[in-house]
Design a protein around this ligand. Sequence first.
Ligand SMILES: NC(=O)c1ccc[n+]([C@@H]2O[C@H](COP(=O)([O-])OP(=O)(O)OC[C@H]3O[C@@H](n4cnc5c(N)ncnc54)[C@H](OP(=O)(O)O)[C@@H]3O)[C@@H](O)[C@H]2O)c1
Length: 353
Amino acid sequence: MTERIPTVVLGGTGYVSGELLRLIIGHPHFDLAGVLSDSQPGESIGKAFPHLAAVLSDATFKSQAEIEQLIASRPRSALFSAAPHGASAALIDRLLTSAERAGTRPRVVDISADFRYTSASAYEAVYKHAHGAPQRLAQFSCAIPEHLPTLTTPHVGHPGCFSTATLLASVPLLASGWVEPTLFVAAVTGSTGSGRKPSESTHHPLRHSDLYSYNALVHRHIPEITACAESASGVAADFAFVPHSGPFARGIHATVQATLKSKHDTAQVIGMLREYYRHSPFVRVLDAAPRMKNIVASNYAHLSAVANGRTVAVMSVVDNLNKGAAGGAVQWMNRLFALPETAGLTAPAAGWT
Ligand SMILES: NC(=O)c1ccc[n+]([C@@H]2O[C@H](COP(=O)([O-])OP(=O)(O)OC[C@H]3O[C@@H](n4cnc5c(N)ncnc54)[C@H](OP(=O)(O)O)[C@@H]3O)[C@@H](O)[C@H]2O)c1
């Protein structure tokens, strides 16, 4: 039997952290060893996440010093970061440095944007602050698991939720060579996409009965989507990306449209998508329009497509907190430890939320 792997989560009281904890609790090979909270060390985890209290009733958040000691004392460990971008890289660097000094070998999946770039200058151009650990960038690959069969780095940067939904639909289209390399994307996200702390533009009461676009054509994830799409498909494409706030808490629906270079009908496009994802256990290609409620709170992604004349549209739905963050990260961590990629992730969607 495989020895269980001590597992650590950074970004303690955040929404993605909560989803990571839910998945780790049910995972057959990961054991929750510590959860860092900068704001609430020593406080009850169950109080921050009442839906997990039945299982984590006695567990408390740890401080940075305790997490550092933990990582340095276990020969191997799984380290997930769900800290904010700008803070995550420096925190990971500090922990990796003390692990290196102690001779231990943590594997990291960072869910923030800090390891989505290959150069600090590209990161700094978008995020407008210095990168927290530029010397670590070469140790991280950034991709969704379905698009990178062979991993050559010890750690991974998760591309994020909008990117997961968009890339799942776009990469097969580009790789097929069937479309012009300009993709038009309209993607709608739920309010948990903005994290726990409400602001005037993200607070759920202001979003729940409304629908609106934001940062149209200039959203900061565009360079990340463009770079991941090119390395996965081999095609340099332009993404005209328009994100929207949707009136729900969880889930993302993305519609990617492109111009066909030559005639392909709906059945051919759906067939091409199925062929592309034939070895991807979490991606299902449907004949009918995918619906968010069939994937919410799961690690599954549903796709479908329609072609008419020279236009093709691929629709993609994922859960932002799960497949687009915590679930995708666990999928990567499974691979980093040579576990079955599906371990701990096969629970179906709730159906009604
Ligand atoms: N929400 C999504 O759908 C989603 C999807 C994909 C990727 N992401 C990324 O995942 C990360 C977490 O997102 P989230 O939605 O969970 O955010 P969140 O709800 O705002 O939680 C982030 C948590 O990080 C901790 N934190 C805050 N400042 C920190 C600092 N300076 N250093 C260390 N920790 C700090 C805080 O917890 P403590 O005070 O307890 O430490 C905070 O609750 C972000 O980088 C986000 O971009 C989010």
